[in-house]
Design a protein around this ligand. Structure first.
Ligand SMILES: [Zn+2]
Length: 334
């Protein structure tokens, strides 16, 4: 059974993310009562190294220390153990944002916990759900949704103009909550940036003060919605680098600047030393390999074959290995 409490230790308001683990050693749900009874749900630290959500939540709790909450609030502190080590997750743990109902991973204690949280929040008639994340590359702030209903778009649009719709990967928090309430994943730029924490805090505070979520359409000029069409990985047998000219694939250091920008056909991404070999592979949302549609290798140069909008491009070689090089997106008309 997941641990639940209707109060939080006072030290929570001042602790660092690294020492949070000593206050909250296991994943815990905190239920706080407010004027409107159906709770807002906020999860943070599903990825232990993504600190913005917790720091924004801390500000929200601090603000409401002396005043009553306008709406009930349930918050979930996810992987505090990984957070104490500054890691996404520990070696022996699954990724806490792949364990939610709908997951393709095997049944684990963590996936049962995620199912239990969904059941509890369903019973409480959860008002809306917000899961707060960071990423490693140079990306603008944006909200992700897994359904394009008006209430989801309204909730996402409160965070900003930029919205990303996706259906893969499976097992993410926002996709599971999307089955029971309007739900978003926030991407708040790199961890540790004050404007990211402020933006997330203002957003959480606004959502807590909402009396309802409109189901009116968001005016199209107020939002830009993108759909993730493919995921780009560097092939396993390729060694890549941003500065070693002897690497099979020497990637351009300016790559990060391409995020959320339409890159025309012919845009170069790097130099290929292995002759006649495409160093990356592209998988579409159905799992088909569609590399040839997007990339071209000629004269030892890797370039886009058609106009593409990347996201999540990062200079972090470890993230490229663990996750992927980037996602490719297309604009949606709604
Ligand atoms: Zn994350």
């Amino acid at each position: 059974m997941i641990k639940q409490q209707d109060f939080f230790p006072p030290g929570l308001l001042t602790t660092t993310v690294e020492s949070l683990h000593s206050l909250v050693p296991e994943a815990t749900l905190f239920h706080l009562e407010g004027t409107q009874k159906t709770p807002l749900f906020i999860s943070v630290l599903l990825h232990g190294n993504e600190t913005t959500g917790f720091l924004a939540l801390q500000k929200l709790l601090l603000k409401h220390q002396q005043q009553s909450l306008p709406r009930s609030l349930t918050f979930f502190l996810g992987n505090t153990k990984a957070a104490s080590q500054g890691l996404r997750h520990l070696e022996n743990q699954p990724d806490f944002n792949r364990i939610w109902p709908g997951t393709e991973l095997a049944d684990t204690a963590e996936s049962r916990m995620a199912q239990e949280i969904i059941d509890i929040m369903h019973q409480k008639k959860v008002f809306a759900s917000i899961d707060v994340h960071n990423n490693t590359g140079l990306n603008p702030h944006y909200a992700c949704i897994n359904k394009t209903d008006n209430q989801f778009l309204q909730l996402a649009n409160l965070f900003g103009r930029l919205i990303v719709y996706f259906i893969r990967p499976k097992g993410v928090q926002s996709a599971a909550f999307a089955e029971i309430c309007p739900a978003v994943t926030l991407e708040c730029g790199k961890p540790g940036q004050a404007h990211g924490i402020d933006h997330a805090f203002e957003y959480l505070n606004s959502c807590l003060h909402l009396s309802n979520l409109s189901d009116q359409a968001v005016p199209t000029q107020d939002m830009a919605v993108y759909y993730t069409v493919a995921r780009v990985k560097v092939n396993d047998n390729i060694d890549y680098s941003f500065d070693d000219p002897k690497a099979d694939l020497l990637l351009d250091k300016e790559l990060e600047r391409m995020n959320f920008t339409d890159m025309p056909a012919g845009t170069q991404l790097g130099t290929v030393l292995k002759k006649n070999c495409c160093p990356v592979s592209v998988e579409d949302e159905k799992g088909n390999i569609v590399t040839d549609q997007f990339f071209l290798v000629s004269d030892r140069t890797l370039s886009f074959k058609k106009t593409a909008m990347p996201s999540m491009l990062t200079l972090d070689e470890r993230v490229i290995k663990q996750d992927c090089l980037c996602y490719l997106m297309e604009r949606m008309s709604l």
